[in-house]
Design a protein around this ligand. Sequence first.
Ligand code: ITT
Ligand code: NA
Length: 194
Amino acid sequence: MTLIFATNNNNKVQEIRNALDNSFEIISLKEAGIFQDIPEPHDTLEANATEKSRTIFNLRQMDCFSEDTGLEVEALNGEPGVKSARYADNEPEFADNIDKLLNKMKNQGNRNARFRTVISLIINGDEHQFEGICEGTITHHRAGTGGFGYDPVFIPDGATQTFGEMTMEKKKQYSHRAKALAKLTEWLKENRSA
Ligand code: ITT
Ligand code: NA
C-alpha cells in the first residue's frame, strides 16, 4: 500500500523506509510535491502528530501518517519533550539543543530519559495512533556521529553505545520509532488485508 509520510525530516524517512518491508511504498512530502510548513502548535506529541497528518490529509485526501517524537528527561520533568526540536531556539548561550541539555544535566545524578514517538495514521479519513517508547539514559558527553538529533547523548537500556554510535540497523533494535512503526504495520495487516 502507498502512504504519504508527513514529515520534513529526512532522517525519519530513512529510518521508516529501512524498517518497513516491500509491501509499503512511502512517499515523502518532497516527493509528493508538498513544500509547505506543517504547524505543530500544541503541547502534546499526540496533538502535534494529529495536526501534521490532518494537514496533509486535508490537502490530498490520501492515506498518510505523521509522527511526533520527544526526548523526555526525568530530572527535567519531562523536558525537552514536545519542544525537542526547538529546545535551544532563541538561546544564543547554547551552541545547539544537545549543548543546552548537557548543561541542564550537569551535576545531575538521575540520568533517566526516554524517547517517545506518537504516530498518527489516517486511513479513509479515520485517525489511529500508535506509541513507541525507548527507555534509556543521558550521557555526560557526546559519542558517535550516526543518527540525528539527540542520538549522540542517549544510551538505550540494554545497550552500551549511544544511538549515535550505532548503525541504523542496530538503532532499530531498540528505537521508539521502530516500536511505534511495528504497531502501525501490525494494525494495517489486521485491518487492511486485501
Ligand atoms: P517533522 O517534520 O516530522 O516534524 P522534526 O525534525 O521537526 O520533523 P519533531 O517535530 O518530531 O521532528 O521533533 C523532534 C526532535 O527530536 C527532532 O528534531 C530531533 O532533534 C529529535 N528526535 C526525534 N527523533 C529522534 C531520534 O530518533 N533520535 C534522536 N533525536 C530525535
Ligand atoms: Na517538527
